[in-house]
Design a protein around this ligand. Sequence first.
Ligand code: GLY
Length: 350
Amino acid sequence: MNTVTVNASKNYNIYIGSGLINRCGEMIKNELGVCSAAIITDDNVNRLYADRVIASLEEAGFRTVKLVFTHGEDSKSVATYTDILSFLAENQITRSDMIISLGGGIPGDMGGFAAATFLRGIKFVQMPTTLLSAVDSSVGGKTAVNLPQGKNLVGAFYQPDMVICDYSALDTLPDEIFADGCAEVIKYGIILDEEFFSFLKNNDIKENIEYVITRCVELKRDIVCLDEKDTGIRGILNFGHTIGHAIEINSSFEISHGSAVAIGMIIAAKGAFNTGMSEVDLTETIKEVLIKNHLPVSCEYSPEKLFDVACSDKKRAGGSITLIVPEKMGKCVGKKIPVSETLDFIKAGL
Ligand code: GLY
């Protein structure tokens, strides 16, 4: 088992190992004490792992209650959020109790935002069961719910008190969901660590899962500690995401987040080189690693369609957009460009 410590507005440990679900009760008890634990999860993860989590918690002396919502983005709503709050109140969860989010990014965000706001903040444990949530959303304290007007419009920065990542849970992930997480893994190499990127080029992610998750979490930890509230350097974690988000929306979310980010990273790398923002052309080397991990590297949308979504809120104001671009392998920077130049950037990247 590896341990990564985060020293942000809260200090907490991230534990990465196999079989931790069966030991979670003892681990949480040792670190945070015994209390009532409200488990927040979705129906898929509930079926696979909730019984084992509850058995371990109860064996360690916790009282447990569980709220299960339907998996999928539609549940990341204000309605589910208020259901969780009512559930916590009805089950007499107090300020000394905790929420445990079990699952991918959506249970993580829902449980995290409820923990941040119920009784003005209660203890919060993340137990990620997808690669994406293990390397990204379970670390760093971003929590949010969607509004009909857009994604993640209501939320809070609220660091967990503990993260328990049992990577044996990734064994049950469908291949395309695992690949989704691989896009974020590869992103860390491109933006922060050339050596890690070379490792990914020469090695298999699944076969090296403990090291891969640990390295990603360390890299994210370093950025979060520098810029917890996302006003500067943390923005580089969005490499590939601005155009990726435009791809997701153009596909009506048929193209998954990870696939869209993979294509977005290619467009950003190629666009940066072809417009002279970057002196090196990383397109082919990034493509190679994405393809090896079963991720797409191109899409059928026109530059105009991508531009319309990427800049929809900024066009009227005649503003600028910050694109994350590679300077070299292992180093990305944010470049502010006028909206009027963004279409040419996307054209250069396609
Ligand atoms: N997922 C990007 C961040 O945590 O800032």
